[in-house]
Design a protein around this ligand. Structure first.
Ligand code: ADP
Ligand code: SF4
Length: 679
């Protein structure tokens, strides 16, 4: 690292009446903790403030009950009663020298209105933005508009009262009433709030002006605005009305926080977008306004961050995922510890969990959401009272994470891995097209372990029960992983399928280098990335590929990682033939027999030379059974305990290590947020 190479990232920046201590912004991302879980949410934010982020964003906060994201875990700043908890959050953030911001929002036709019972509000009479839900929005009349403006102003006042340094006027992600008024796709009004560009912009301009008026120079006002829509009818684009908005409001906000819309375009995965993918759409903004500009783009590399600032693309680097994966990223850069950064792999497991209404999980950072309730710090592990020896068999994500956690506590740790390289599935799967960043799960942990004097790493070392017994470790952990089934048993079909066993290849075979010949049929009863990633990989290697799934759509879970449409498009472009709603009933060595999943009606056979079954995995427990037979105590972790995602394996490794250290509650009950009963 060159002297002063990253200094620019640590230059303070004036934003209206406040000054950010550096250029790192933890974005107001959805963290799965609603207003009902303030302690956990404060734990997330305070940990990032401690880790050096200059501005810490409070996630989307509804300004009043007509913005009703029923059932989704968001924040509220409806009235004075909500101020206290926000003030506490701000105070905890300020303790570490960071500024606190809040994203104030009314979600317009993105709302559902089922929880609070008020009509969903829109610029026009429209279906809500979930066409599969039977709700409509009311075309706001003049009194509704007046009330909305007053509501925004009052929320700004409450944000000031809570001590926030900056409040956002939110107009992004297709999820703001201000955006809905701006959009010609949604705004069909004929009054002064509809029709011409100036009319459609009117509400956003009014709210922004009133926000500044209410902030009265005591709090900065930021505008979060999507300068470009990636898809949709009558799109607002960076070379059209997106730019016009920035020109029209150029000096009105104290900070421009810009991105592209909708959420799936804004939060793209590593499989489909490189770091800094928003630049082509957002780089014009700094040429139009003299106000500071903040942007995102899954930034994890400090060199890229510096380049963005030096080239005049952005003034501030916004991060959601990078701050989830490594809450201490800014401090590590400041201290020149670049190799210690736990780099986001761009998998969107965080998003998928949040969309399920659950507190965010992260593949790279098992302590995410555990800061308060389990007291897990992302960088520190309590010291073991008595340093002992631990043998870990298997150097995949679970084994490496357990090793790192125990080594940090001071134990003497040995990892034995039968393959020639450490990393398990994180490096095996990284060889598939689009999944290269999976290797970062190994890279971070292996590098950390290599720096420690109390760690012995043995790749190319297969251990059996006798070898393990000879080792006489105080603690024994098996992290031997799982293997894919070849007999057709999957997630929707629990029985073997005729002709599969011994004939179907599995992802393990493909990753072991088994050659694939001729046309390929992939049977996907796993429903996540493996089948479709292999399909594209094989198609691009020149194979004719058919992908068959018993469910109505391919890999439905990928809707939650925001990758579903892109994945289907990628299969289409690669020429992969897709067969949803199709159940395999047998394989005869040259063709797959199939029926319709819903009616059971026979469908034409699918001819192929190779069958790949991507169905389900079972734990690799033969070693565990042999040890049990010998009476040798051990823990089984990761995929060897329960096959799941890489995130689950890393988490398992971390949790088991902490349990072994004796710092976890015996009864497994961690701190909880309890609703208060008012008698
Ligand atoms: P997880 O996701 O739970 O970490 P992986 O499948 O990624 O699981 O990793 C398990 C690792 O354990 C693999 O790299 C595998 O080679 C290794 N392994 C399995 N059995 C043995 C054994 N008997 N001795 C050493 N390593 C083993
Ligand atoms: Fe990054 Fe994946 Fe963690 Fe999300 S879950 S922050 S995408 S590593």
């Amino acid at each position: 690292m060159l002297e002063g190479q990253y200094d620019i990232l640590f230059e303070p920046l004036k934003i209206g009446p406040v000054t950010a201590p550096n250029r790192f912004v933890m974005m107001p991302y959805a963290n799965g903790h609603s207003y009902l879980m303030p302690n956990g949410a404060i734990g997330i934010r305070e940990t990032r403030a401690e880790g050096g982020w200059g501005i810490i964003g409070m996630q989307l906060s509804e300004i009043d009950p007509t913005s009703d994201l029923s059932g989704l875990p968001y924040e509220r700043l409806w009235d004075h009663g909500d101020v206290k908890v926000h003030a506490q959050s701000v105070e905890r953030i300020h303790t570490h020298g960071a500024l606190a911001s809040i994203e104030l929002a009314h979600t317009g036709i993105r709302s559902r209105g089922t929880e609070n019972g008020y009509p969903v509000m829109g610029p026009s009479s429209l279906p809500t933005l979930k066409p599969d839900m039977p709700y409509n929005a009311k075309a706001m009349d003049k009194s509704d508009i007046k009330r909305l403006r007053a509501s925004f102003r009052a929320a700004i006042g409450r944000a000031k009262q809570a001590g926030y340094d900056m409040a956002y006027v939110y107009a992004s992600h297709d999820a703001s009433i201000l955006w809905h008024f701006l959009s010609p796709a949604y705004n069909h009004r004929t009054d002064e709030y509809g029709g011409s560009f100036e009319n459609r912009l009117r509400l956003l301009r009014e709210v922004l002006e009133e926000a500044q008026d209410e902030a009265a120079g005591e709090m900065a006002v930021a505008l979060r605005f999507a300068v470009h829509e990636a898809s949709g009818p009558k799109r607002i684009t960076f070379d059209g009305e997106g730019r016009d908005v920035v020109e029209a409001l150029a000096e009105l906000p104290d900070l421009w926080d810009i991105n592209i819309s909708g959420w799936s375009a804004d939060s793209q995965t590593a499989r489909y977008a490189r770091q800094g993918y928003q630049e082509e759409f957002t780089s014009f903004v700094k040429q139009v306004t003299s106000k500071p500009v903040l942007g995102v783009g899954r930034f994890t590399s400090p060199d890229t961050m510096v380049s963005q600032i030096k080239r005049g693309v952005l003034d501030m680097i916004g991060s959601a995922r990078a701050s989830i994966a490594d809450p201490f990223l800014p401090n590590k850069i400041r201290e020149g510890r670049i190799e210690d950064i736990r780099e986001c792999i761009g998998c969107n497991v965080c998003v998928s969990v949040e969309l399920s209404g659950v507190q965010v999980r992260c593949t790279q950072n098992p302590t995410m959401s555990e800061e308060w309730r389990r007291g897990w710090h992302p960088e520190k592990v309590p010291a073991a009272s008595n340093p002992e020896t631990a043998l870990i068999v298997g150097g995949g994500p679970a084994g490496l994470e357990a090793a790192l956690t125990l080594a940090r506590a001071g134990h003497e740790v040995t990892v034995a891995e039968k393959a020639d390289e450490m990393g398990g599935r994180s490096i095996r799967e990284a060889t598939i097209k689009g999944l290269a960043s999976w290797a970062r799960v190994r890279d971070y942990r292996l590098y950390q372990l290599q720096q420690m004097g109390n760690v012995n790493l043995y790749a190319g070392s297969e251990l059996d029960a006798d070898g393990i017994a000879e080792f006489e470790a105080d603690h024994l952990i098996l992290a031997t992983g799982s293997r894919w089934l070849d007999d057709g048993r999957g997630r929707s079909n629990l029985a073997p399928i005729a002709g599969f066993k011994g004939a179907a290849l599995t992802p393990d075979d493909i990753l072991d280098g088994t050659e694939v010949t001729g046309p390929v049929v992939i049977y996907d009863d796993d429903h996540y990335y493996m089948a479709n990633a292999l399909a594209v990989d094989l198609a691009e290697k020149g194979h004719e590929v058919h992908i068959v799934t018993p469910l109505p759509t391919l890999a439905g879970w990928m809707g939650n990682t925001l990758e579903h449409p892109k994945m289907l498009g990628e299969l289409m472009v690669a020429g992969v033939k897709m067969y949803p709603n199709t159940t395999a009933t047998g394989w005869n060595g040259g063709a797959l027999d199939v029926t319709r999943s819903d009616t059971g009606e026979s469908l034409p056979i699918i001819n192929a030379a190779t069958l790949i079954a991507v169905t389900n995995r079972i734990p690799e427990i033969s070693l565990s059974e042999a040890l049990t037979a010998k009476g040798i105590a051990h823990r089984t972790i990761g995929d060897a305990e329960v096959p799941g995602t890489i995130q689950a394996a890393v988490y398992s490794g971390h949790r088991h290590a902490r349990e072994l250290l004796g710092t976890e509650p015996e009864d497994r009950i961690f701190k909880r947020e309890r609703p208060t009963l008012l008698l």
